[in-house]
Design a binder for this molecule. Structure first.
Ligand code: GDP
Ligand code: MG
Length: 179
């Protein structure tokens, strides 16, 4: 192996967690990103603990291990093990359901209680394809993100808008911090 190969084989593995209320689209954001799949009926989705997705930055392989809740959030039982070691988080709400936006602060509290203050956090307003049902204006998402010092993006797991960008922005920022 030459020096170039050695350098290339230097790996990074970042744990990123998905949090947010039930049915906001967390599992579909992950399946869209990792497998380019969308499921209309989420019950058909087989719950997986996490998916690993690679990207290349600076000629290095960066792996993101993205954790999904597999439904525990319904019972308010997302455990500390879920957050342990996380360096990134996507806090997801549904732009058509105000209660999910109001619960964002609750999820942020839980995240901050269980993880390092430096965890790179992206506020994600999902289901932006539902134009007629929109309940949370984009400006409200932006304002909350500014107040809480979060990245912000609106996505659609259904039509794939900004899904790659959401995950990639978080991973790039983590890499920027640690490298
Ligand atoms: P989770 O409970 O947060 O993991 O949410 P799911 O990924 O299981 O999605 C809940 C429901 O919302 C399912 O019926 C999905 O098909 C639907 N859904 C997820 N993402 C989107 C989206 O971007 N747009 C629309 N219109 N529906 C979505
Ligand atoms: Mg789910």
């Amino acid at each position: 192996m030459g020096y170039g190969d050695d350098e290339k084989s230097e790996d990074y593995l970042f744990k990123v967690v998905l949090i947010g209320d039930s049915a906001v689209g967390k599992s579909n954001l992950l399946s869209r990103y990792a497998r380019n799949e969308f499921h209309l009926n989420s019950k058909a989705t087989i719950g997986v603990e996490f998916q690993t997705q690679s990207m290349e930055i600076d000629n290095k392989e960066i792996k993101a291990q993205i954790w999904d809740t597999a439904g525990q959030e319904r019972f308010r039982a997302v455990t500390s093990a879920y957050y342990r070691g996380a360096v990134g988080a996507l806090v997801v709400y549904d732009i058509s359901r105000r209660s999910t936006f109001e619960n964002v602060s609750k999820w942020l509290d839980e995240l901050r209680m269980h993880s390092d203050a430096s965890v790179v956090t992206m506020l994600v307003g999902n289901k932006c394809d539902l134009h007629n049902a929109r309940d949370i204006p984009t400006e409200e998402g932006t304002a909350l993100a500014e107040r809480e010092s979060l990245f912000f993006i609106e996505t659609s797991a259904l039509d794939a808008t900004n899904v790659n960008k959401a995950f990639q922005t978080v991973v790039k920022e983590i890499y920027r911090i640690v490298s």
